[in-house]
Design a protein around this ligand. Structure first.
Ligand SMILES: Cc1cc2nc3c(=O)[nH]c(=O)nc-3n(C[C@H](O)[C@H](O)[C@H](O)COP(=O)(O)OP(=O)(O)OC[C@H]3O[C@@H](n4cnc5c(N)ncnc54)[C@H](O)[C@@H]3O)c2cc1C
Ligand code: FES
Length: 286
């Protein structure tokens, strides 16, 4: 039996992916590309929906599977997008794929996502380091879609150098809108850089949102979290209003294999987004 026939036969099995295609590939930087993905099956295409912060498991047939955060706006129907860094086996192979390539998708997964409903009528501060901007993109795009539902919005984004800033066109669009504040910082500026220099943590003391009326979301390399939390707590942001997206090595993505556990939490089902209150006492969480 061919693979697609097997997929149809086992449609209700959690481990069998749905068939989809890469319909567009956008170059973002020397190490990141954005992949637009469309399910082959019309019913699946119509029923697929996700929340900001959720992820999918992507299968490259014959190679394996890896989890990726969805970066597109949840209000977009018919397709979704992933931003992928070429970091190893599967991601390098994905970077060599062309438009039209057939892939498998399971998900969306993650019961812990960004609390976009609770954030309504509050300020939202989004802090990203490097590729950490990717999981935040779906939230930022959603908030901007329903901009009038939220108070002040600020994005603090740090990258290694100007060439590695992701989503530059969209960031330019945000700065033209005038209803979202931006603080960009790079560790290694070039001679054209006019923005901030240094780690993005340094920008947090300048944030003047009232802590009791602000939700904070953070995503970046593990080393960043400790310093960001320290700065946020100095400013009296409440742990229950600080949300962090965590990454762990995953296998099943659905809470069966225990690969992604941190203490009694499974990142794939309880996360990948947690509030600081939930995880601060879990060994190895941060
Ligand atoms: C919830 C979630 C969301 C994610 N979202 C994104 C995203 O939006 N974009 C993105 O680019 N990536 C994302 N990732 C990471 C992604 O899933 C892959 O880990 C990444 O693409 C590398 O996979 P790979 O197969 O290409 O590389 P691998 O071949 O797995 O290698 C990658 C690196 O990991 C090391 N490594 C390999 N195996 C192990 C192991 N068992 N333990 C420790 N280290 C190991 C390798 O030496 C190498 O340095 C996410 C991960 C999670 C859990
Ligand atoms: S990846 Fe299997 S339990 Fe989380």
């Amino acid at each position: 039996m061919g693979f697609e026939a097997q997929v149809k036969k086992n449609k209700n099995t959690i481990y069998v992916p749905d068939i989809a295609r890469i319909t567009r590939i956008e170059y973002l930087s020397p190490t990141e590309k954005v992949f637009k993905i469309v399910f082959d099956d019309e019913e699946k295409r119509n029923s697929f929906s996700f929340k900001p912060g959720q992820f999918v498991e992507l299968t490259l047939f014959g190679l394996g599977e890896a989890p990726f955060s969805i970066v597109s706006n949840p209000t977009n129907k018919d397709f979704f997008k992933l931003c992928i860094r070429n970091a190893g086996n599967i991601s390098n192979a994905l970077h060599r794929m062309v438009e039209g390539t057939k892939i498998g998708i399971r998900g969306p997964f993650g019961n812990g996502y960004f609390p976009y409903q609770k954030m309504k009528n509050h300020n939202v501060l989004l802090i990203a380091g490097g590729l950490g901007i990717a999981p935040l993109m779906s939230l930022i795009r959603y908030i901007l879609h329903y901009r009038e539902d939220y108070k002040e919005i600020m994005v603090v984004y740090g990258a290694v150098d100007p060439g590695s800033i992701l989503f530059k066109n969209e960031i330019q669009y945000w700065s033209n809108r005038g209803d979202i504040s931006l603080c960009l910082s790079v560790d290694n500026p070039d001679n054209k850089w006019t923005g901030e220099i240094g780690v993005c943590t340094k920008l947090i003391p300048r944030v003047d949102f009232p802590p009791e009326d602000t939700y904070v979301v953070v995503c970046g390399p593990p080393v960043m979290y400790k310093y960001v939390i320290y700065e946020l707590e100095k400013k009296k942001f409440k742990p229950e209003n600080i949300y962090l997206s965590l990454e762990r090595r995953m296998e099943c993505g659905v809470g069966k294999c225990n690969h992604c556990h941190i203490g009694d939490k499974l990142v794939c089902v309880d996360g990948p987004v947690f509030n600081l209150w939930e995880i601060r006492n879990l060994k190895e969480a941060l």
